[in-house]
Design a protein around this ligand. Sequence first.
Ligand SMILES: [Zn+2]
Length: 376
Amino acid sequence: MKTGWVYKDEYNWYDMGRSPGLIPPGRFVEPGDHLDQPDTRRRAASLVHTSGLAERLTPLRVAPASDTELLRVHTRDYLDFLIEQDALPKGGYADRGIWRTPFGPGDLEIARLSAGGVVAAARAVMEGTVQNAYALVRPPGHHALPDRGMALCVFANVALAVQAVRHEYGVSRVAVIDWDVHHGNGTQEIFWDDPDVLTVSIHQDRLLQLSTGDADEVGGPGALGACVNVPLPPGSGTHAYREAFRRIVIPRVRDFGPELIVVASGYDASFFDPNGHMLLGVRDYRWMTEQVMELAAGTCEGRLVVAHEGGYSPWYVPFCMLAVVETLAGELTEVGDPVGFIVEGNPFQEISPDQARAVDRVEAALNAATHPRPAS
Ligand SMILES: [Zn+2]
């Protein structure tokens, strides 16, 4: 079993500017480190090498996403806007200032490389040169909309990869599973009325985005049930996520019968993330990866692409990501989880009644959408 690996140093050169954390620049705001530090991904890539895992992976060549590839999802107007922003001496915003997606000189090429990284991973899996692949890319993509960036995302990396394989390999049905702690609103909007792309997002309820990602968002009129949202309350951990997988994610993806599965893998649902409020650890990322590999084995001959999304603990993301890549490659290194005793021993890893009710709500919303009761 070969596992493809995408990573480029240039991903760390994307400039998020001098805003501290997530606070926009302004009066009373001292410049500081942005929440999305390039060091997080650099350390993750470094651990893949120092653990010895890199020797077991197949490096994949990455080309910047072309206009043709980008225009399968994004508008020409948006691309022209980014070209203008890229030419500003101090940069601008990819989101027209709405959601503070800093965009500096030279960032357009890096955003193209990020999208191109996920497309390259998907192509390698479809060609069969690798069984599965991990794309450690930056900037992330799952919030990006057809006509603007949003929340650090410039291009819709995963959606672009889905459209590339549908266009180039005649694939019709693709499932996207998004376990970033934020709602995958961009992917959802792009495929909202498309019955051949199943989008599943499991996220913290109304973290960001505040107005999307509820259980009753189940797809457009032509695609009812092809959009699945599992909003979990803050504080959800191992057993809430496992319940959501067993009752919602696994049966829905299996019944859909995809020809390829793409995972949007954010690590901001981790115990130590400064941006989310969930409790996942290394063992949970490993478990979720095993589940999607089993799903891929049962539905699409194991074809699986995992794309890096968010995750803001520079010191914990590397261990969570390593567990995902190890699992994909079927290779266990000696690294493990140096703080697993803190995460796994936490009593709030059990599922609480409100977390169980959240999963009940999802099941009810999907059943109502896909098996409407006849009018009496
Ligand atoms: Zn996120």
